[in-house]
Design a protein around this ligand. Structure first.
Ligand code: UDX
Length: 444
């Protein structure tokens, strides 16, 4: 059992804290946001993540998990202190690590001798060293021994608890045997998953992993456009290439562009890291350009079908950047909504979880119509736009939808539906990476 402090109660911090408490450690989570801590102290999680609220409740009940805004209380007796702070983008795409530095400065006043500071935030190569320097400066003449290491987090929103309790790998950027031992004790249940490496490699590994995933997605999205032009079907091409074990079948699903808080931001930051070190960023930049192009291409399909969009009504199914989260950061829905609004279209929006977030985050949201379900959104619509593949959209009754809409047209941004089934019901159906109409010509 270790005494652990977590600074930052976002996705990474809260999930890590709740999981470490579940594993039997004594965990104190700190956040500077009063309201968030009050909410957590009353057992409420400020964002949607399956299973997290139950885990937080269990940790609190067992008195292994508590929340505070006080650095002094949070660090009393702590052996390990995780930094799980946001690292947003600066204007130029580079990583803004001011929250990490601010926390480093504050925690220095309260750490005990021998404490290990573990950075979980995604930070450019060299930042762990800078954090070490900041703490040393802030300690002034307090003689306290400490170490700073890198332990990047790889969890995915929507399955974060599972990822944390069943890690593929635990990356430890650590250059001191005592620190390595402490972390091996903390991560003892996953000892065979630990990979120890130098700090720079650990820091870069996180960007590399997200850029590799983004590369696969941009590759598939770009290829899907070519499929449409040559009359090929991306699903068949995907199956064919994914069954080669050297390629693998994960992260090959085309869509209307990737979103979320990590993939776009981290590729952007990787461009900045490359530039800063005099290395070409062209390859990384292209991943992001293809992603923007993918969103535009979807919009152009809609415009290509209707021409003038003014006063047409569109039902938007799904707002979050992917299912099982209420996160709208870099969600393709936002880009599409603003493109459609610019052309004077009326929008009827529905998402199973993210509507409250959407109301807060979309500009002039009061001008939009938020609906209670997918059928409500379809009322009088000229087309259905499927943006996020929530499981409940899979089993929609299109016969009923047909009786609600003004025009039977579906634009499927996630290839969720079967073209033959929808066409049988009289819908015109557009999806990603397939020819608009499959015409089979047999010549004898
Ligand atoms: C990602 C990484 O997966 C995770 O390891 C890292 O720690 C943080 O960033 P997350 O942002 O939660 O996690 O989302 P992820 O599940 O990776 O999805 C990212 C985007 O890719 C979503 O917009 C999703 O819709 C899209 N995607 C994913 C596809 O378009 N096709 C796929 O086949 C897979």
């Amino acid at each position: 059992m270790k005494q652990v402090t977590i600074i930052g109660t976002g996705y990474v911090g809260l999930v890590t804290g709740a999981c470490l408490a579940e594993m039997g450690n004594q965990v104190t989570c700190l956040d500077v946001d009063d309201e968030k801590i009050t909410q957590l102290n009353s057992g409420k999680v400020p964002f949607f993540e399956p299973g997290l609220e139950e885990l937080v409740k269990r940790g609190r009940l067992a008195k292994r998990l508590c929340f505070t805004t006080s650095y002094e209380d949070a660090l009393k007796g702590a052996e390990l202190c995780f930094l799980a702070l946001p690292t947003p983008s600066n204007e130029d795409g580079s990583c803004d690590y001011r929250y990490v530095f601010a926390a480093a400065q504050k925690l220095a006043k309260h750490i005990d001798d021998g404490v290990l500071i573990i950075n979980k935030s995604t930070i450019p190569v060299g930042t762990t060293e800078k954090v070490r320097k900041k703490i040393r400066e802030a300690l002034a003449d307090r003689a306290v021994e400490f170490d700073v290491v890198s332990n990047p987090e790889f969890l995915q929103e929507g399955s974060a608890i599972y990822n944390c309790m069943n890690p593929d790998r635990i990356i430890l950027g650590v250059e001191n045997p005592r620190s390595q031992k402490l972390l091996e004790q903390l991560y003892a249940p996953f000892i065979e998953k630990i990979q120890v490496m130098d700090i720079a490699s650990a820091e870069l590994a996180k960007y590399a992993a997200n850029a590799m995933l983004a590369t696969r997605l941009s590759f598939m999205n770009h290829l899907s456009g070519l499929c449409e032009k040559v009359g090929a079907d991306i699903d068949q091409v995907r199956r064919a290439i994914g069954s080669d074990p050297r390629i693998g079948d994960k992260y090959l699903q085309p869509g209307i562009g990737f979103g979320g808080s990590c993939l776009p931001k981290d590729v952007d930051a990787l461009c900045a890291i490359a530039q800063e070190h005099g290395h070409s960023s062209d390859f990384f930049r292209m991943i992001l350009e293809v992603n923007e192009e993918q969103k535009r291409a979807f919009f152009e399909k809609i415009e290509g079908h209707f021409g003038d969009l003014s006063n047409l009504t569109f039902a938007i199914w799904g707002l979050s950047f992917k299912p099982n989260t209420d996160d709208l950061r870099q969600a393709p829905s936002l880009t599409l909504i603003s493109m459609l609004r610019e052309k004077g279209a009326n929008l009827r929006l529905f998402d199973p979880i993210a509507i409250d977030q959407a109301k807060k985050q979309i500009e002039n949201a009061s001008e939009l119509t938020f609906c209670v379900d997918e059928y409500d959104a379809a009322q009088g619509a000229d087309a259905i736009l499927l943006i996020t593949e929530w499981p409940e959209f899979q089993s929609v009754d299109f016969q009923k939808i047909g009786s609600l809409v003004r025009n039977k047209v579906v634009f499927d941004g996630r290839n969720l539906y079967s073209s033959s089934e929808l066409e049988q019901l009289g819908f015109e159906y557009y999806c990603i990476g397939k020819p608009a109409k499959q015409v089979l010509e047999w010549s004898i």
